[in-house]
Design a binder for this molecule. Structure first.
Ligand code: HEM
Ligand code: HEM
Length: 237
């Protein structure tokens, strides 16, 4: 039987060779992710412990999370190809197809986030924004007030504190689903996404033409991060 003719790449496409590791995640995305994980752990520990010193640390780590998320939203608009919302946010039908292929254990390789994962990223960023945003107006009825608590009435601050507490439970659920999905990829589908979040490189199917990714200069990320951190600093300091 004749084998099918090889797919001819379009002039602007490249074709990975067998075993080739292709760069998919830029440094800003990887730094964002692992800083976020560390700062969330610190915010969780200090928020639950709740002593005076711990709450001071809590408000700083929570504010740093806010700056990180604002940076990531900006990078999702002006950043490298795989960081952009336009690259990984797809319609419901693609997400449903992705879910079906995951259940059949035959997901196609994705250069960036898969469609279902893309929606998870959006949900997590929104939930983080609510968490850090409500924290700014929260109070613990004893000795801690968020930096903007004075801007609102006591009732509003109490209401935002309740959201801060319940939204944290939602954040834990989302983080749990996220980790379970990543583990499903690693253990069941034998695709090590975690390594890719450290090294930035993924193995893509050999011989399948790919449109080259565009990586934005890190100086743009530094400027964006400085703007996000500066804006949050002006609010909380
Ligand atoms: C040690 C625990 C964690 C591991 C191993 C991990 C692993 C990963 C991996 C492999 C990806 C890329 C997924 C893909 O290829 O599509 C990713 C993305 C992401 N993870 Fe995690 N994750 C962890 C904890 C968390 C936590 C606690 C959060 C916050 C709720 C989080 C939020 C995100 C976000 C927002 C992205 C999207 C990254 C971006 O596009 O900027 N992760 N994670
Ligand atoms: C995304 C980052 C954040 C996380 C994960 C987080 C998590 C938490 C947790 C788990 C608690 C304990 C809730 C409880 O007692 O059940 C808490 C309380 C609190 N957080 Fe945050 N927080 C974050 C950001 C912030 C920010 C940015 C601020 C203010 C700058 C803030 C201010 C407070 C205050 C004032 C409390 C005390 C509320 C109380 O105990 O009644 N948080 N936070």
């Amino acid at each position: 039987m004749k084998s099918p003719p090889p797919v001819e790449p379009a002039p602007d496409q490249t074709t990975p060779s067998p075993g080739e590791q292709v760069k998919v995640w830029d440094l800003p995305v990887r730094l964002f992710h692992w800083l976020l994980v560390g700062l969330l752990a610190l915010s969780w520990y200090t928020g639950e412990t709740g002593g005076l010193d711990e709450m001071t640390w809590h408000m700083w780590s929570g504010s740093a999370v806010l700056a990180l998320v604002l940076f990531r939203i900006g990078w999702g608009v002006v950043g490298s190809t795989t960081a952009r919302f336009g690259h990984f946010v797809h319609g419901p039908s693609e997400a449903a197809r992705d879910a079906a292929s995951l259940l059949r254990r035959r997901p196609p390789a994705h250069v960036g986030h898969p469609p279902l994962g893309g929606w998870m990223v959006v949900l997590m960023l929104a939930c983080l924004l609510v968490q850090a945003g409500t924290g700014l107006f929260a109070n613990d009825d004893i000795f801690t007030e968020g930096p903007l608590t004075g801007w609102v009435s006591k009732e509003t601050s109490d209401w935002l504190t309740t959201i801060h507490k319940w939204n944290f439970e939602l954040l834990l659920v989302l983080a749990g689903v996220h980790l379970a999905a990543v583990m499903y990829y690693v253990l069941v589908l034998r695709t090590n996404l975690v390594k890719a979040m450290f090294t930035g490189r993924k193995q893509l199917p050999a011989g399948e033409p790919q449109t080259p990714l565009r990586f934005v200069h890190p100086a743009v990320a530094v400027a964006l991060a400085a703007a996000a951190a500066g804006g949050v600093w002006l609010l909380v300091a």
